[in-house]
Design a protein. Sequence first.
Length: 550
Amino acid sequence: MSAEEQQPAADAPRPRRRRWLVGLATVVLLAAAAALAVTRPWAAFDAAGQEPATRLTADAPSVFHPDGLVLRLTGDGEAAVTASTLPREALLAGETGTQWDAALDDVPPSLSPLSPLYRFRVQGSSPVQAEIAIPNDARPFERLSIYGWDGAARGWVFVPGQIDEANQILTAAAPSGEASWMVFRADPPPPVRASVVRPGGTPAADAPLVLLAGLAIGPDGALAGEPAAAPQAGTPAVLLIDGRSADLPPDSGWHAQFAAGVGSRAANAQGVVLDVPLAADGYADLLGQVRGALPRGATLGIVVRPGEVASDRLPVLAQAADTVWLASADPTAAAEDGALDRALAALTGQVARGRVGLLVTAQPVAVTDAGAEQITLAEAAARVGAAQAVPGYLQPDAPLAAPRGQVPVQVSGLLLAMGVDSSLGAGYLTFGDDAGNVTLVYVPSAESLARQAEWAARYGLGTVAVDAAAPDAMQPPAFVWRVSDATGSVIDEVSGGLAVTQWVWSAPQALGAYTISAALQIGGAELPLGEIPVEVTEDVPAAPSTTDAP
């Protein structure tokens, strides 16, 4: 890009440089690092002929600018760099004496400039990294970003980079050619609070945007299911399509067919959000096909998980989407410097935060030493196990009990603990196995979802969508045993915590067929755990007494 494109107009003579007050410790460290790599002037000058270029080599890999900038060689080759600055205060006051004075007029009101204007040029065979000292009074650091002047677009554009809080710097890859960068802090309005609605559910009251769940990519690659019913007319709604467990064909022909189906489904929607693993073959082509099949003006979003934000595919896929949604379900991730905090820091370093949304779902999460995995309530119940008679008391092929006899029953899983974690606002079940491994299953409530959603405002995101399916308050998990007679009427019932994972039923005097059933109550739902048929008859001896039962 030419020098003319890298500035609002041709510069007048540059004003006297003013030292920018950055954190003293940071400047000293940066200066010391630069001093260890002595740089040499090279026979080159910048476009204005004012600054000599510096040659970066393996022996002298970095150059330090006193206004808080280090340009550092990151490859095996060499590079020539020049750097100069314009003071922030002079730019804000329109007193630089150049046409850069008008450049800040094009900055969105949600961005506050914090640094000098860094102007540099990079040429050579090796990539170069720019390291910018974090300005004074820049907190919250989560909202800091680098923006560069785009001469072609005649405006400021987001520059991907990362915050190194330990060293008090922002880092970004310096482009080849000329660049003009500033550090900005985002001070946006609160994020749009959307609502995720599942089939049969209702959105949160007054939600300005609704994500309709229910559609999924089936095993054959076709769309399956039906989306949740659209809310009242006038509320924008987008389709949330689950493709996490699908084996997506990589060929472009299938992509075109699938995209046509998506476009047809989205005819009356404001857009589509695809939840597909970033590692899926041909995902970039699939996004392009879906984009082309959507109605004019419809938006396209993608979902990423915390473990995917480091994928080298993300930058390319993010360019194809209007919004990148970070999905969060693990209540433990909402802790300070937790998985959600780290994932948002990495994601907002790659995608402009106004294009990032936080998608907080009500799915249970299974947490092990290997990480967290989203599961369904049915899968959580399956870990509890099935209702069964204690071995030795009922024969599977002849489940007979004597009148007034006692029938010990239990669930088959190894459940160690259950309850509510008040610090997280979530219910939990703790499981073990024969190898000594422990799994924690968390079931969220509206309280735990709200705690995760708070991170959207902290990072200045554009949107946060919260699952409307979670109960308002988490009640302690409970087991329920019920006994029904041949007519289906419940004649006995007991409920409680871990103590009733085993129970002894006292059979009635009346002969006949009975059914013992078990269920797990958690997260506002009751999940069946199976049934045990029992025939009360006088043709068997009395069952052991309760003192013999576990």
